[in-house]
Write a protein that binds this ligand. Structure first.
Ligand code: BGC
Length: 438
């Protein structure tokens, strides 16, 4: 690298660092903004945190029984048969995973629910137990849904790139039942509708009584926590009891400082102006942020232009690949593009800026929910987390823990981030048991 290019590169990186930085003050101030948005959302007032009631409380750990779960995530549909032993333990009796075809994500509602019913049909056919016994089914639907009860809810809007027609404003349990009927699946009976964060919290709390937060860091991102009923002003007065789990839909939070790359990602997304936090945090968008920075640096002549060849299209760099770069695995790129050592390091450094910012935002939002629930942080809190972004990247987990300690001080040390792989599948079985109990 020539001296002039090196200096220019350093200047550019310094600028990028500033653009992706979240100073300590910002983090502390944003706790207050988050609390305000939570409060407004709970009252049913206009807020970028919708605070959606789930009509479920946490499990006791004594829930028992066998449940099937159908989990529609951002990328896959997972079907599980889960057995709960009534002592905080579970086993997966049978499981199958199906990739969601693009034409299903962007087709008709009928097509989507036929696809879900087909997944269940394949699951039934291949399940070792061929009995015709009726099965209670938990439906994990990982999109913002306005629930009217534990087993009904209308889709508010699609996220994570879905644009399926004719579903927004409809009751997704009814649409599922119609799909099951069309495919002749009479033995399956939906008993509960849950968001994946709620399921993740359920799975964590089933085994661990200190678990009071569920977080997803995957294709999309979101969190939920148990709220005291009297603080949920928007619930009808006949709803009584101790607590109800609230799905924050934190991906929609709009109180963050955004930069020029965030603005471009938002513009090319199918839902501009919405899910602004999600677009800075979740795996669906991190690869694109890194790609845009690469384009910027190659256009400025700081990195070789070949780096972006074949990656001209938005979203053509996956978050998995960007995460490997962020971790320092640049050998593949270095040999393919004959990069100099400093260029490889620069590639890694700029990817890291994107992932570190994501982890810091996620940890700050976790800190905000914890201090809302327990302002003096006197209790022990366990956060159950599911999603590939968190699960596959230890450096990401470390950055979240570091930020929690920075924002919460010594109390941050007592917050446990517990990785629960498949938590959302297992937890919806727990949710089904809780729904039947209540
Ligand atoms: C959805 C949430 C979901 C999250 C994680 C977001 O896009 O709006 O409902 O919990 O993704 O899957």
């Amino acid at each position: 690298m020539k001296e002039r290019t090196r200096r220019k590169g350093k200047g550019y990186l310094d600028r990028l660092e500033k653009e992706f930085d979240l100073p300590y003050n910002w983090k502390v101030d944003s706790l207050k903004d988050f609390h305000r948005a939570m409060e407004q959302g709970l009252k049913g007032r206009k807020s970028s945190l919708p605070m959606l009631p789930s009509f479920l409380s946490r499990p006791t750990g004594r829930e028992k029984g066998c449940y099937w779960t159908l989990d529609l995530g951002g990328t896959y549909v997972r079907v599980l048969d889960v057995a709960l032993d009534g002592a905080g333990e579970f086993s997966i009796v049978f499981a199958k995973r199906f990739a969601i075809p693009r034409k299903v994500m962007h087709g008709s509602g009928e097509g989507l629910f036929d696809f879900l019913a087909d997944c269940l049909l394949t699951f039934c056919r291949e399940h070792p137990d061929h009995s015709n016994e009726e099965r209670a089914l938990a439906f994990t639907f990982s999109f913002p849904t306005d629930q009217h009860s534990v087993n009904s809810g209308t889709l508010i809007c699609w996220t994570k790139g879905f644009t399926t027609a004719g579903v927004v404003g409809e009751d997704v349990v009814v649409l599922l039942q119609e799909g099951l009927k069309r495919k002749g699946l009479r033995k399956v009976r939906p008993v509960v509708l849950v968001n994946d964060t709620v399921a993740t919290l359920m799975a964590g709390a089933y085994a661990q009584p200190t678990c009071d937060l569920g977080v997803i860091l995957g294709t999309g991102t979101n969190a939920c926590y148990p709220e005291r009923i009297e603080r949920i002003g928007k619930l009808p007065s006949e709803v009584k009891g101790g607590e109800m789990i609230i799905n924050l839909e934190w991906g929609h939070f709009d109180g963050l400082k955004r930069n020029r790359f965030d603005a471009v990602v938002d513009n090319v997304s199918p839902n501009p102006g919405r899910q602004l936090l999600e677009k800075m945090v979740s795996a669906m968008y991190l690869g694109e942020l890194v790609r845009l920075m690469l384009v910027d640096l190659t256009e400025a002549g700081i990195l070789p232009s070949e780096l972006t060849r074949g990656r001209e299209r938005p979203f053509s760099l996956s978050s998995e690949e960007a995460a490997r770069l962020a971790e320092g695995e640049t050998d593949g790129w270095s040999s393919r593009f004959r990069l100099k050592k400093e260029e490889g390091q620069m590639l890694s450094h700029l990817s890291r800026l994107v992932f570190d910012r994501s982890a810091r935002i996620a940890a700050t939002a976790v800190a905000a929910i914890l201090t809302w629930m327990d302002p003096a942080l006197t209790s022990v809190h366990t956060v159950s987390v599911d999603g590939a972004l968190f699960a596959n990247n230890p450096f990401y987990q470390e950055e979240m823990r570091r930020t929690l300690r920075e924002v919460l001080g010594a109390a941050g040390e007592r917050v446990e981030l517990l990785l629960l792989k498949d938590g959302s599948g297992i937890g919806s079985a727990v949710a089904a048991a809780v729904a039947e109990r209540d």
